[in-house]
Design a protein around this ligand. Structure first.
Ligand code: SF4
Length: 86
């Protein structure tokens, strides 16, 4: 087997493993615990998932898998740390 073929096999296997890892780590649930100050940061950071009523709420039709980076950034930015996900 040539070195080039081994490299191609290595890359294919690693891309499959990365895909599997990303699927395992995908966010499946987002919720907001009590204590929202209605600052609006989460909705500004990730309007695809969060919106403001009297307090922040999760949009019912939000595509969580496509907005993972925004969800994580919103959770990290929330001043009262009440945005949770799993
Ligand atoms: S960032 Fe936190 S405190 Fe601000 S609106 Fe969103 S959930 Fe509420």
């Amino acid at each position: 087997m040539t070195k080039r073929l081994k490299l191609v096999e290595y890359l294919i296997i690693n891309s499959h493993l990365l895909t599997i890892k990303l699927k395992i780590m995908a966010i499946k649930k987002v919720w907001i615990e009590e204590g929202c100050t209605a600052c609006g940061l989460c909705a500004a950071i990730c309007p695809e998932v969060f919106k403001m009523d009297d307090e922040a709420v999760i949009k019912k039709d939000a595509d969580l898998a496509s907005n993972e980076a925004g969800i994580k950034e919103a959770a990290e930015s929330c001043p009262v740390e009440i945005i949770k996900f799993e």
